[in-house]
Design a protein around this ligand. Structure first.
Ligand code: DGL
Length: 267
């Protein structure tokens, strides 16, 4: 089984490392559209056309069982079109973790730090309208943060003051509340999380969706029965008849309970 992971650059590696843990048996193919990087400022129509034309080549070349769009900027503009154009291939996208942030915020005020493209998308606005109407959501389009992350990953120096200026608008105080969560709405940003944590004017939770996306990818693979080329892990009960609660418990441990009474020894 193979998974194609796509990003504009090397940010998607933050998703890939979690996919490796979730799906160790999968063959991973990573595609970085570095010729098109950064995606943050692309005009929507042109970006959709570019992503679709890349997948026109990628799908027949690599024949992936699943594609993970490890890029918020591309997902929020092109995931629907990708699903329409390639109906036989399942797609998992990456979008800002607005629902988890809305569930976890204690102050009721959180920020979404993302590329200018992602913060302007209708897709992002719709997520806020669906999941965070009770919250005060501060949208921050960081013009250079993805670029700084690429630079950092290449071992080049990244100046503290420049980094501080990129994250500063995410920290706000209004109506007696202050930001307590920053949603990392670009897959490049987790690579700068330690640096950003040090430069933060006060401590916040930095929400990285990578683990949840890898978990979702695993679920999609399981539902589509794409995990079947590895042998399932089995659980046997000598009664041949575990009660449904126990059957479901062992399933949650990744085991497939076998309803077979061949174990009962004859008296
Ligand atoms: N890594 C991408 C994202 O998650 C975008 C970086 C860029 O190309 O600007 O949005």
């Amino acid at each position: 089984m193979s998974i194609l992971i796509f990003d504009s650059g090397i940010g998607g590696l933050s998703i890939l490392r979690e996919l490796r843990l979730s799906l160790p048996q999968a063959r991973l193919v990573y595609v970085a559209d570095d010729a098109g990087f950064p995606y943050g400022d692309w005009e929507e129509g042109a970006l959709t056309t570019r992503v679709l034309s890349l997948f026109d080549r990628l799908i027949p070349t690599h024949r992936p069982d699943l594609c993970v769009i490890a890029c918020n900027t591309a997902t929020t503009i092109a995931i629907d079109a990708l699903r329409q154009c390639f109906p036989a291939t399942p797609f998992v996208g990456t979008v800002p973790a607005i629902k988890p942030a809305a569930e976890r915020t204690a102050s009721g005020l959180f920020s979404i730090l993302a590329t200018p493209g992602t913060v302007n998308r209708t897709y992002t606005q719709d997520l806020i309208a669906r999941f965070a109407t009770e919250c005060d959501v501060n949208l921050v389009g960081a013009p250079d943060l993805a670029m700084l992350a690429e630079r950092y990953l290449r071992g080049a120096p990244v100046d503290d003051d420049i980094l501080r200026a990129q994250i500063a608008p995410s920290f706000i105080e209004r109506n007696g509340k202050r930001t307590d969560i920053i949603v990392l709405g670009c897959t490049h940003y987790p690579f700068l999380a330690n640096r950003m944590r040090k430069l933060a004017p006060w401590p916040v939770d930095w929400l990285d969706p990578a683990e949840a996306i890898a978990h979702h990818a695993r679920t999609v693979m399981a539902v589509k029965r794409l995990l079947s080329d590895t042998e399932p892990d089995l659980a046997f009960f000598t009664s041949g008849n575990p009660d449904p609660v126990i059957a479901s418990l062992v399933r949650s441990f990744g085991l497939s309970p076998q309803m077979d009474d061949g174990f009962i020894p004859s008296a």
